[in-house]
Design a protein around this ligand. Structure first.
Ligand SMILES: C[S@@+](CC[C@H](N)C(=O)[O-])C[C@H]1O[C@@H](n2cnc3c(N)ncnc32)[C@H](O)[C@@H]1O
Ligand code: SF4
Length: 421
């Protein structure tokens, strides 16, 4: 049975890799910009690409912190926000991701104050690193109205933290735990980002981390599978080694078995002790606007990417011009498939949501997928919705891993715009 499942996972991985390789390409599009639908309130994603130390496994758009440049960047963010406010956008929620948004906490605080002054924001989520869980920064975040704070821990194994070059930069397991404890209870949701399937991570080390986090009773744990920058088996660094996907299913089940029933899945890889306000913003929001260099937006079936070049970003925003530099209009079938993936990554797909958005024929675009996953026992159908079964959750881990690895390739494509690379 195990061998059969593994073969199925392998075939699905191959199919998806080919699919995303052919689909995920952007066209050059300087001067393009997203427009709002009337009376719609969106999620605003703000990207802050600076980090104090760059982790070798990380595939996000990030660069080493230069304080003066970061100060100019926060000014540019405000100008870009003003551009979209003048264009008629309204926002109900904000997600600040990175990079490390808290590298200049006061600048972040001022930016969030402005966002809250201009828009009626009900939920505000910020990402950070363990070394920033200190009283002054926590106070700035609290004053700025942050409801959900998410800290990147990755692992509580000092050997692995050392390999991923985080031990010196972001602290040892003991200091991380101390800092996490000091921040618990200060926000509606305190999330910890963890990763499983690092090449040198053992089951024992994974189980130890899971026990420790459960004992701490953090509100929410996001356990990502490692998603390397290039194809299967590529080394993430000479010290970290090669990623093998054949352990991923067993490791995911170890995570699920350890966390449940105290934690309930809110998405295939996010587990919460309570009904948390924000998980992955792409699950709770089918459309969003991204600002900042290297951010993506998805609106009305079109994917937009802001320039990855810092110089170009500062130039464009200084002239009050949109910072979009590439885009892709998805076909109707692709849009339906995108929603199928995202909704079911959130473990439910509401039939009314889909038919209101696409008409009753949306099922035709999904017929093979719906049939296949039902036959595999991964999906059940009720009058109102499709729901992922506990046995089916791993398929959405695998599919999202391939989707994000496709996004990593898009980022590579976008990085070619950075001068002098
Ligand atoms: C992009 S970081 C930004 C926040 C902060 N700088 C940090 O390190 O947590 C957010 C999270 O993405 C996850 N992440 C980054 N690169 C990843 C990869 N290649 N595979 C899986 N997860 C990854 C990590 O768990 C990280 O905590
Ligand atoms: S994981 Fe976080 S700290 Fe490390 S490089 Fe990526 S964004 Fe920066």
């Amino acid at each position: 049975m195990g061998r059969f499942l593994h073969l199925g996972d392998l075939l699905l991985t191959r199919y998806l890799r080919r699919y995303h390789r052919s689909q995920m390409r952007l066209r050059s599009g300087f001067g393009m910009h997203p427009s709002p639908a009337p009376a719609r309130r969106y999620l605003l994603y703000i990207h802050v690409p600076f980090c104090e130390s760059l982790c070798p496994f990380c595939t996000f758009h990030r660069r080493s912190l230069e304080r003066q440049l970061a100060q100019r960047y926060f000014k540019a963010l405000k100008r870009e926000l003003q551009y979209y406010r003048d264009a008629g956008f309204d926002f109900a929620e904000v997600y600040v991701g990175g990079g490390t948004p808290t590298v200049l906490p006061d600048e972040l605080g001022v930016t969030l104050d402005l966002v809250r002054h201009w828009f009626r924001i009900s939920r505000l989520s910020v990402e950070t690193n363990p070394n920033h869980l200190c009283p002054p920064t926590l106070e700035v975040l609290k004053q700025a109205g942050v409801n959900r704070l998410s800290v990147g821990v990755q692992s509580l194994d000092d050997r692995l933290l050392d390999e991923m070059e985080r031990l010196r930069a972001y602290g040892s397991s003991a200091s991380i735990l101390e800092r996490v404890e000091s921040a618990l209870g200060r926000f509606d949701t305190f999330n910890v980002d963890m990763i499983f399937n690092f090449p040198h991570q053992t089951m024992r080390s994974l189980r130890h981390d899971l026990r420790t986090l459960k004992d701490l009773a953090v509100d929410q744990i996001s356990y990502y599978p490692i998603m390397p920058a290039t194809g299967a088996g590529a080394p993430i660094s000479s010290r970290m080694g090669r990623v093998e996907f054949n352990r991923e299913r067993a490791m995911y089940h170890t995570v699920m078995d350890a966390l449940m029933p105290d934690y309930q899945p809110r998405s295939a890889w996010c587990f919460s002790r309570q009904i948390a306000p924000i998980d992955e913003y792409i699950v709770d929001h089918d459309e969003y606007l991204g600002i900042g260099s290297g951010s993506f937006s998805y609106l009305n079936g079109v994917m937009f990417a802001n320039t990855f070049s810092m110089e170009r970003y500062l130039e464009l925003t200084a002239r009050s011009q949109p910072a979009v530099s590439a885009y892709r209009a998805l076909s109707l079938r692709e849009q339906i498939r995108y929603d199928f993936l995202m909704r079911l990554f959130g473990l439910h797909m509401d039939k009314t949501f889909m038919s209101d958005k696409y008409g009753p024929n949306y099922r035709r675009a999904l017929s093979t997928g719906l049939l296949l996953f039902k036959l595999l026992g991964a999906l059940v159908e009720t009058d109102q919705e499709y729901r992922v079964t506990p046995e089916g959750r791993y398929y959405w881990v695998l599919m999202m891993r391939e989707f994000f690895m496709g996004v990593n390739r898009l980022r590579d494509q976008m990085r070619t715009q950075i001068p002098g690379r």
